[in-house]
Design a protein around this ligand. Structure first.
Ligand SMILES: Cc1cc2nc3c(=O)[nH]c(=O)nc-3n(C[C@H](O)[C@H](O)[C@H](O)COP(=O)(O)O)c2cc1C
Length: 203
């Protein structure tokens, strides 16, 4: 079968985004909790998100710089954020927190979510999530186009919270079947992680 070959430099704005987000799937969703300097709690989903280091556990997410993102402003000012794991039970609420709200209005209040206090940082966690990470920012790097590029926010986890019913303290393993994590595809399409199977790794 032939393939379309497209020079990225000849694509219109937005086309690279459409193709990339249609192919790099399913993307995990970092539901990022922050606190503004006026104390307002903030919560927003970011699917340009992943774990990128094991020792210590480190994570990256990428807000666009073109539109004002409260999350980016808050992490630049406070250097702290929480990551809240998105599962089937909270997927609709996660989507609701992507709405643009007036300044000073918290997504926690607008979307009926409970802001739990972190232990080691001063950013809110989503109580309704099965797991949360408290993170400190290690780097923020502007990447890509001068106006339409993104910021790469890197943070390290300093505290982890995992609901007891999905975690085995003996083996330190998360129960993959009962976590029910959700992934993002292109646009409004999501997938469940319920159809799991194993592949043996070669020695
Ligand atoms: C599932 C999902 C994933 C998203 N991922 C990103 C992302 O990676 N980067 C981004 O800039 N916006 C992303 N957005 C849009 C932001 O969540 C949205 O602009 C939000 O209002 C930003 O909130 P804030 O201003 O409180 O940071 C995503 C939205 C959804 C629903």
């Amino acid at each position: 079968m032939n393939k379309y070959a497209m020079k990225v430099s000849e694509l219109n704005p937005g086309e690279g985004y459409k193709i990339g987000t249609g192919l790099v799937v399913p993307r995990p969703i970092g539901w990022v909790g922050t606190r503004a300097t006026d104390g307002t709690t903030n919560l927003a989903p970011y699917s340009f998100f992943n774990m990128v280091c094991a020792e210590p556990p480190m994570f990256v997410f990428a807000p666009a710089r073109a539109a004002r993102k409260d999350t980016l402003a808050n992490v630049r000012e406070t250097g702290e954020f929480t990551l809240n794991i998105v599962t089937e039970e909270v997927a609709e609420a996660m989507n609701a927190t992507a709405a643009s709200l007036d300044p000073g209005v918290s997504e926690f209040d607008a979307c009926g979510l409970t802001a739990a206090d972190s232990v080691l940082i001063d950013a809110p966690m989503v109580e309704e999530c099965k797991a949360n990470f408290e993170c400190k920012v290690t780097q923020i790097t502007d990447i890509g186009h001068a106006e339409r590029g993104f910021a790469l926010v890197v943070g390290e986890a300093v505290m982890m919270h995992i609901r007891e019913d999905i975690f085995d303290l003996e083996t330190m393993r998360v129960d993959q079947a009962n976590l029910k994590a959700v992934g993002r595809h292109a646009g409004n399409v999501y997938s469940r992680s319920s159809n799991q199977y194993e592949i043996e790794r070669p020695a």
